[in-house]
Design a protein around this ligand. Structure first.
Ligand code: NCD
Length: 315
């Protein structure tokens, strides 16, 4: 069997073709249905081993990859890094290489440093799935965002999508832009100057500081978390003193949605800073907010990723 994907690693959406993205989303759609049935488990990848290596904290993404692997019959190891030999001075790379020597099939890696997953992928026997590296990329989040949008809009073609918030530190924004551009999206990146980054103008999107302008006629709005735990331009960033003004200018509310399309949907990768990125009323309003649907289809997307990366490789 030949693979639907040209690479045996998934590092970013930038490297996926439109056909590869469609193949992943179509396969994921089948898994959405499987995940709704009472027997969610198949033996498709039984005998294969997935290793979750999260050098940075995670709730959704790690649980989602864990469930995805188990639902395909894989063995899953969640390495407790805080109890590992990292505490004795072993490097992050040596940690990966030692587990790779145990003939595992796929690593799911989250790391604080841009480029870590790519660097590892050049030196391992196992496939690498990037579960977020620094501010660089988060391909499975972009894929699950795309599936959520496609399920609501019927197609991904030529949509108007606004990405709003702390885009400077956002790997989710970058991976979403690479993906959506392949489908002809009109993308607006909305942020105050201190959260904007020069990267975006170079990506062929409209950058804008005025939220009401950026949201006009939007089909989908992706709100992004203020990521206080990450440095901004190499420095810690004091958001506390900007918080109230930020919420007034960039907090999403029902009122602000009026300039968007009537059937606009609101996404957020989570975790949500309640009361910062958007009002609680909007976060919990299932007419617009698809945040929990994103989490739900995320498992199916990760099943599709394991399936397309691994099932065509020698048994
Ligand atoms: C995102 C991440 O870690 O990049 N969350 C996620 O994976 N669901 C976004 C964020 O941390 O704000």
């Amino acid at each position: 069997m030949t693979s639907a994907l040209s690479s045996r690693h998934l590092i970013d959406t930038a490297a996926l073709s439109k056909a590869e993205i469609e193949a992943l989303l179509n396969r994921a759609e089948a898994y959405v249905q499987q995940n709704l049935s009472s027997n969610k488990k198949s033996g498709l990848l039984s005998g294969r081993t997935a290793v979750n290596l999260f050098f940075e904290k995670s709730t959704r993404t790690r649980t989602s990859f864990d469930l995805a692997a188990k639902r395909l019959g894989m063995d899953v190891i969640n390495v407790p890094l805080e109890q590992s030999s990292l505490t004795k001075g072993e490097t992050d790379l040596d940690t990966v290489f030692n587990i790779d020597a145990m003939h595992v099939d796929v690593f799911v890696i989250r790391h604080i440093r841009d480029g870590f997953a790519e660097q590892v992928s050049r030196q391992t026997e196992a496939c690498i799935v990037n579960a977020g590296d620094g501010k660089h990329a988060h391909p499975t989040q972009a894929l699950l965002d795309a599936l959520t949008i496609r399920r609501h809009k019927g197609s991904l073609n030529n949509l108007t999508v606004a990405l709003c918030g702390d885009v400077s530190r956002s790997r989710v924004a970058r991976s979403n832009i690479h993906l959506l551009k392949k489908f002809g999206a009109d993308i607006r990146v909305i942020a105050p100057d201190y959260f904007m980054s020069e990267d975006y103008a170079a990506m062929g999107v409209t950058c804008c500081a005025d939220m009401d302008k950026g949201l006009r006629d939007a089909d989908a709005i992706i709100m992004l978390r203020v990521q206080n735990e990450r440095d901004l331009d190499g420095q810690p960033f004091d958001f506390i003193h900007k918080r109230d003004a930020y919420i007034a200018s960039y907090g999403l509310s029902h009122d602000r949605l009026k300039v968007a399309k009537d059937d606009v949907i609101v996404l957020h990768p989570g975790p949500v800073n309640r009361g910062v990125e958007m009002t609680d009323a909007l976060t919990d309003d299932r007419r617009y907010s698809v945040i929990r649907e994103q989490v739900g289809v995320g498992v199916a997307v990760r099943m599709a990723v394991f399936d397309l990366l691994l099932s065509s490789q020698g048994a």
